[in-house]
Design a protein around this ligand. Structure first.
Ligand code: AMP
Length: 125
């Protein structure tokens, strides 16, 4: 799949539309999901143009990969879901492609938590 420069997250990264930022580092940005499915629902994305987790894993630099995972850890700390910080856990999801019900074609992790999740995030209505 080729990268669509007009996808909504590309527009957020270019500053063309706003987001509710939670955390940012050199290669990554995290912001609240506009339609949260749980008390904590943050999206963590690379600033580079990657379509999905597989594309990112194959093409991103070690710095970009480390940066993204560091951003996930920071988001979990900031939102108090991190087990290491006394939180009660979370779900990390990367919907991928058609079968994975990915809607926005810019790689993103969903960090969901803040309450017992059941199947939330695993099922789409
Ligand atoms: P996915 O189905 O994994 O591609 O998830 C895309 C997510 O992006 C959904 O949870 C949407 O609610 C979320 N989303 C779409 N547009 C925005 C936006 N402008 N700001 C924040 N989150 C968004």
């Amino acid at each position: 799949m080729s990268y669509d420069q007009d996808n909504i997250f590309a527009k957020i990264l270019r500053g063309e539309i706003p987001c509710n930022k939670v955390y940012e580092n050199e290669h990554s940005l995290a912001f609240n999901d506009i339609n949260p499915q749980s008390k904590v629902h943050v999206l963590v994305i690379p600033k580079g143009s990657y379509t999905d987790v597989d594309d990112f894993s194959r093409k991103a630099s070690k710095d970009e990969i480390a940066s993204l995972m560091q951003a996930v850890a920071e988001v979990c700390k900031i939102t108090k879901v991190s087990l290491s910080e006394g939180g009660s856990g979370f779900r990390l999801i990367a919907n991928t492609g058609t079968d994975g019900s990915q809607e926005v074609p810019h790689f993103h992790y969903h960090v969901m938590g803040g309450e017992p999740l059941g199947l939330r995030g695993l099922r789409k209505n």
